[in-house]
Design a protein around this ligand. Structure first.
Ligand code: R5P
Length: 311
């Protein structure tokens, strides 16, 4: 097997290859003067089981194009099997038509990856589990929950915890984390969103008074959802609020918003390479999921169970 990387998250790709104790495939993924992507693989991949690590995070279109062109290069170089390892699958929030005459871009991206020549996909905390069905090739969706639960136990294990979903759509994810935390109780924030990028908290469902609240979500983008939820929880008498979010998109002024919020701490994973502002923030901590992805890659290559990673 071989591990190849695009440029979107080289530290994560290197950490995965270190976990697997194998070097990254010698390849260059670069730009022509007009910004066209060009990929050149400098070693033989004929007949190999190749895993291409590339998050389609900001700049989403450039990173997606890199992924597609890497897959095309591998296919034309006769790789036996190509797995697109997409720790953060961009465009995932466009998974249905929110109104008439709108696209389902997540499906389009799934088609592009498949048509480029991927044989399998490996992603982490897809925004909606059904996105697996957008691919007609095997798709593994890993969960960051075990990594988060271990960290929460270490930090807050002695406190009265309450797992909180910041919206109704995240209840399944929150319930699964709560189960890992000795069946901690669950609360739900009734969030309404009038337009993309702006959210307003309506109600908290559940009694959070005196509890250390752990907000869990798949994505933090503008930070509006989370910061509003944290404030509402504190207003309801929570003892403290920390957030565990898989994908730190953190666009615009999100890092500053988090720093000025009621959140004690925001914990994200390294599915997206942290920006300098994120890395410099003393309110944000990054957990690595490289061992989890590395182990899943190893099991796919060995054709052993991936789901048992989450038992
Ligand atoms: C939405 O359903 C997602 O799970 C996140 O809650 C959302 O993308 C967060 O966005 P923002 O940080 O911009 O409020």
């Amino acid at each position: 097997m071989k591990i190849m990387a695009g440029n979107s998250n080289l530290p994560l790709a290197r950490a995965i290859s270190a976990y697997l104790e194998m070097p990254l495939t010698d390849a260059s993924v670069r730009r022509f003067a007009d910004e066209e992507v060009f990929v050149e693989i400098h070693e033989n991949v004929r007949g190999e089981d190749v895993f291409v690590v590339q998050s389609t995070a900001y700049p989403a279109n450039d990173n997606l194009m890199e992924l597609l062109i890497c897959i095309d290069a591998l296919r034309r170089a006769s790789a036996k099997r190509i797995t697109a390892v997409v720790p953060y699958f961009g465009y995932a929030r466009q998974d249905r038509k929110p109104g008439p005459r709108t696209p389902i871009s997540a499906k389009l991206v799934a088609n592009l990856i498949t048509q480029a020549g991927a044989d399998r996909v490996l992603a982490v905390d897809l925004h909606a589990g059904q996105i697996q069905g957008f691919f007609d090739i095997p798709t593994d969706n890993l969960f960051a929950a075990p990594v988060m639960a271990a960290d929460i136990q270490t930090r807050y294990g002695t406190q009265e915890l309450m797992v909180v979903s910041p919206d109704v759509g995240g209840v399944v994810r929150a319930r699964s984390l709560a189960k890992r935390l000795n069946n901690a109780p669950l609360a739900i924030v009734d969030k309404r969103r009038d337009r993309p990028g702006q959210s307003e908290v309506m109600n908290i469902i559940g009694d959070v008074k005196g509890r250390m609240c752990i907000l869990i979500d798949d994505i933090i983008d503008s930070g509006g959802t989370l910061c509003n939820a944290a404030q509402a929880l504190m207003d309801e008498g929570a003892a403290g609020v920390s957030a565990y979010i898989t994908h730190g998109v953190l666009s615009g002024g999100a890092v500053a918003r988090v720093s000025n919020s009621a959140l004690k701490e925001l914990v994200i994973t390294d599915t997206i390479m942290p920006t300098e502002a994120t890395a410099a923030s003393d309110r944000i901590r990054v957990l690595t999921i490289a061992p989890l992805i590395g182990e899943a890659v190893r099991r796919i290559a060995d054709e052993s169970s991936v789901s048992s990673l989450f038992d």
